[in-house]
Design a binder for this molecule. Structure first.
Ligand code: NAD
Ligand code: UDP
Length: 319
């Protein structure tokens, strides 16, 4: 297959690209490097089947040659990053999705949207099944991401209904693992970096809010299976293993052996109080469920972060 993948320099995009390249497919990676990392691209450039196109997908995209798939993974995903890029985040999910849907139509390709559990907002139903419509503040600070993804889902379903375009939509729940950007501000990378640096672990609020953490290899396996399924509506992909943020901080301290203290910082506005995927549909449709327990996934992630520790020291001026 020849696959166009947006967000290829990012965390999930680089893992998915690598998986497809290892399977022998050709990957055209597209990224504007707004939140992506050169380190991820270096990894991909070792594969002869990889080509890279630096482009902003909020502008129409001209791509030569045939395509079997258009996989849309470009979008800032970490709250502090999308809060700094509000209009770019709305546009990559609105205009970007439209351009990529048009490209898929033009090429006779199938289309895949990386959506998010954030479409459920601050959920009042727990765990969240795909049938739940969510609880989103349409003009709150997170709305630029949540509403951007809700629009992207609506547009994707409309292209399927109006044009018969084959589409897939994954609602991705908090995923972590090697190749995360050390500085991207999400909870797992923050806690591991803080623990390895011996700095305080910053728990927002009282840490009683929950998230459910999926190891990246499990997530990518779910994405691959969903690509092969004939189902045009959203499917939750995540690991139902749920932790409070405070328990996660203690677990990271234990696994790193770090003496770092835990400090409490203000809770960001509209921060969801709870989140856990109901993965009944993914189990039935894809025969998929996560295999890597959080403890083991964190150990692997910590090992990766230690490996790039020289880089961590470099950023901080060395100590
Ligand atoms: P990431 O920030 O590591 O990667 C996103 C990539 O998209 C970056 O390389 C960035 O430079 C690129 N990008 C952003 N805007 C662009 C534009 N206009 N044109 C071209 N490239 C652009 O984030 P990630 O964690 O890899 O997330 C990938 C996708 O998965 C996103 O769509 C995100 O919303 C979704 N998602 C991720 C998670 C998660 O836990 N990682 C959870 C839910 C949804
Ligand atoms: N969080 C935290 N400390 C940090 C970063 C995040 O306590 O240094 C909290 C954040 O407030 C949220 C949870 O951890 O309740 C998950 O945050 P993240 O940014 O990883 O993803 P979200 O699920 O909110 O998009």
């Amino acid at each position: 297959m020849r696959v166009l993948l947006t967000g290829a320099a990012g965390f999930l995009g680089s893992h998915l690209a690598e998986r497809l390249l290892q399977e022998g497919h050709e990957v055209v990676g597209v990224d504007n490097l707004s939140t992506g990392q050169g380190r991820n691209l270096e990894r991909l450039r070792r594969h002869p089947g990889f080509t890279f196109l630096r482009a902003d997908v909020t502008q129409p995209l001209g791509v030569e040659g045939p395509l079997d798939w258009v996989l849309h993974f470009a979008s800032p995903a970490s709250p502090p990053r999308y809060l700094k890029l509000p209009i770019a985040t709305l546009l990559v999910n609105a205009e970007g999705t439209r351009h990529l849907l048009d490209l898929a139509l033009e090429k006779g390709a199938r289309f895949f949207l990386a959506s998010t559990s954030e479409v459920y907002g601050d959920p009042l139903i727990h765990p969240q099944p795909e049938t739940y419509w969510g609880n989103v503040n349409p003009i709150g600070p997170r709305s630029i991401y949540d509403e951007g993804k809700r629009y992207a889902e609506a547009l994707t379903v409309a292209y399927h209904q109006v044009h018969g375009l084959p589409v897939r939509i994954a609602r991705v729940f908090n995923t972590y693992g090697p190749a995360m950007d050390l500085e991207d501000g999400r909870v797992v990378s923050n806690f591991i970096v803080q623990a390895l640096r011996g700095e305080p672990l910053t728990v927002y609020g009282d840490g009683s809010q929950t998230r459910s953490f999926c190891y990246v290899d499990d997530l990518i396996e779910g994405v691959r299976r969903l690509m092969e399924a004939d189902y045009p509506y959203p499917v939750n992909l995540g690991n139902p293993e749920e932790y409070t943020v405070l328990d996660l901080a203690h677990l990271v301290k234990e696994l790193t052996g770090s003496p770092s203290p835990i400090v409490f910082k203000p809770l960001p506005q509209d921060d969801p109080k709870q989140r856990r995927p109901d993965i009944t549909l993914a189990k039935k449709l894809l025969g998929w469920e996560p295999k890597v327990p959080v403890r083991e996934g964190l150990e692997r992630t910590i090992a990766y972060f230690r490996e790039v520790a020289t880089h961590i020291k470099h950023i901080k001026g060395g100590n």
